[in-house]
Ligand binder design. Structure first.
Ligand code: S3P
Length: 436
C-alpha cells in the first residue's frame, strides 16, 4: 500500500541505527565456513537481504539459530561453522532475493566445490551484472554457467578446482573483491588483487580477526589460502541507513537528531565527508571501537547547505548514499555535480535514471549524465506520487524528500524499504511525517 509523507513541524529526537547490512552478511558467511566453534552475532541487520544469506547458509547445511533482539536491539544469531569444505549439496535452488552482496559473495564460496548449486534471485537481481565475478572465478578454475553467456543469474556452480589468481579488478567493488578473497581461501596458491580504488573493507577486517593471512600493500591485497577461526561479531549500526536521517535533519528547517551507534569505518564514511563539504552541521560524538569497526553517535542539525562536486576516490565510499545526497543537493545553494558513479546504473535499479525521474517530477532541476548527475541547487522539492522502481534506497530517499518537501510526497511501493530497513516508515510515523 502506498504511503504519503508530509513535512512535520519539527524533526527532533534520537534514533538507533539498525545493524549494518554488509557486516551482517559477512558475519554469517565467514563464521559458517569456520572450523572451530559456534559464533555469536548480535545486532544483526533486520533487512530481508541478510535473511536471504541466513536461509542460503541453512540450505547448505549450516546450523543457524536466530532470536529477536530486545528493546530495539537487532537480532542475535548463533552460527555453527562447518569448515571451509563442509557445505552440503542443497536439495533446491538457492534464492538470494534482492541481494547482490549475497549473490556475489556466495559465488566466491560456491565456486570450485564438488557440490552442484544454483543461485538466483528476484527480477532486479537477475538483471544485475554477474560476469564480473563469473569471469575471474572461471579463470581460477571454477565451472560456472549462467544466462546471457554466463553474465546473469541464475548461476550454476558445477565444480572445478581453484588456483590462486593475480587479478586487476576493473571496478572498485567490495562485492567483487570479497568474492575473490573467499575463493582464494580454498585455492591452490596465493591470490593477489589490485584495486582501482578503495572500497568498503569489512571483509579484510573480519578475515584478519579470523586469522586469515591477508596482507595489504597500498591498493593491492595478497591472500594465502587459510582456515577461518570463529569470531563473535557485534554488528555496528548501518551508516547507509543512518544517512537517511542525516539528510532529513540537515535539510529540515527545525531539526536536531541524535543517531546512535553508527558505523564510521573510513571506507564507508564518504557520506559524512560529503555532507560536511556541503556545510552540514554534523558532529561525531563518543567515537569508539566495536568488534574491530569504528562507531560513533552522530548529531545532525538544520543546516544552510551548499552544492559540491563529488568524483574520484570518494565515490565508492558513498556509492549507496548518492540517491539521498541528491535530496540535499536539490535544495542546497548552488550546483552539485556527481561524476565517476556509473556503478549506480547497475544497482538495485538504475539509480541515476530513477533519481532524476522523481526529482524532475517534484520540480527539481536535475539531469542525468552517463556517470552521475548534475543538480542546479536552490530548488524547493514539490509533491507528487512516485515509485521507487523496487529499490529500497530510492523508496527511503523519497521518504526523506517527503519530510522536507513543500507538498506531500506519496511513495507508491514503500514496502521495498524492508530490504535493509523494515522500521523506516514507522520511524517517519513517530516523527509525525506519515499522513496517509
Ligand atoms: C556491498 C558493496 C557495494 C554496495 C552494496 C553492499 C557489500 O557494492 O553497493 O550495497 O556489502 O560488499 P559494490 O561492491 O558492488 O559496489
Amino acid at each position: 500500500m502506498p504511503v504519503t509523507i508530509a513535512r512535520p513541524r519539527s524533526l527532533r529526537g534520537e534514533i538507533i541505527a539498525p545493524g549494518d547490512k554488509s557486516v551482517s552478511h559477512r558475519a554469517i558467511m565467514f563464521n559458517a565456513l569456520s572450523n572451530t566453534d559456534t559464533a555469536h552475532v548480535t545486532n544483526f541487520s533486520p533487512g530481508a537481504d541478510c535473511t536471504s544469506t541466513v536461509e542460503i547458509m541453512r540450505s547448505l547445511g549450516v546450523e543457524i539459530t536466530r532470536k529477536d533482539g530486545e528493546n530495539g536491539a537487532g537480532d542475535s544469531l548463533t552460527v555453527k561453522g562447518v569448515g571451509l569444505n563442509g557445505l552440503q549439496e542443497p536439495s533446491g535452488i538457492l534464492d538470494a532475493g534482492n541481494s547482490g552482496t549475497t549473490t556475489r559473495l556466495m559465488s566466491g564460496i560456491l565456486a570450485g566445490r564438488d557440490i552442484m548449486t544454483i543461485l538466483t534471485g528476484d527480477d532486479s537481481l537477475s538483471s544485475r551484472p554477474m560476469g564480473r565475478v563469473v569471469k575471474p572465478l572461471t579463470a581460477m578454475g571454477a565451472e560456472i554457467s549462467g544466462r546471457a553467456n554466463d553474465t546473469l543469474a541464475p548461476l550454476v556452480f558445477h565444480g572445478g578446482s581453484l588456483t590462486g589468481t593475480n587479478y586487476e579488478m576493473p571496478v572498485a567493488s567490495a562485492q567483487l573483491k570479497s568474492c575473490l578473497l573467499l575463493a582464494g581461501l580454498r585455492a591452490d596458491g596465493v591470490t593477489t588483487l589490485t584495486q582501482p580504488a578503495e572500497s568498503r573493507d569489512h571483509t579484510e577486517r573480519m578475515f584478519s580477526a579470523m586469522g586469515v593471512n591477508l596482507q595489504k600493500n597500498g591498493l593491492d591485497l595478497v591472500l594465502e589460502p587459510s582456515e577461518l577461526e570463529t569470531v563473535d561479531v557485534e554488528v555496528p549500526g548501518d551508516i547507509s541507513s543512518a544517512a537517511f536521517w542525516m539528510v532529513a535533519a540537515i535539510c529540515h528547517p527545525d531539526a536536531e537528531l541524535l543517531i546512535r551507534n553508527v558505523g564510521i569505518n573510513p571506507t564507508r564514511a564518504g557520506i559524512i565527508t560529503a555532507l560536511q563539504m556541503m556545510n552540514a552541521d554534523l558532529t561525531l560524538i563518543d567515537e569508539r571501537d566495536v568488534a574491530g569497526e569504528p562507531v560513533a553517535d552522530v548529531l545532525v542539525k538544520t543546516s544552510q547547505l551548499k552544492g559540491i562536486e563529488l568524483d574520484g576516490d570518494i565515490v565508492p565510499l558513498l556509492i549507496d548514499e548518492i540517491p539521498v545526497i541528491a535530496v540535499a543537493a536539490a535544495i542546497a545553494d548552488g550546483e552539485t555535480v556527481i561524476r565517476d558513479a556509473e556503478e549506480l546504473r547497475v544497482k538495485e535499479s538504475d539509480r541515476i535514471a530513477a533519481s532524476i525521474s522523481w526529482l524532475n517530477g517534484a520540480g527539481v532541476e536535475a539531469e542525468g549524465t552517463p556517470d552521475g548527475m548534475i543538480l542546479a541547487g536552490g530548488n524547493t522539492i514539490g509533491g507528487g506520487q512516485f515509485q521507487s522502481y523496487d529499490d529500497h534506497r530510492l523508496a527511503m530517499s523519497l521518504g526523506v524528500a517527503g519530510l522536507i518537501s513543500s507538498e506531500p510526497i506519496t511513495v507508491l511501493d514503500p514496502d521495498v524499504a524492508g530490504i535493509s530497513y523494515p522500521s523506516f516508515w514507522k520511524i517517519i510515523e513517530e516523527f509525525g511525517g506519515l499522513v496517509g
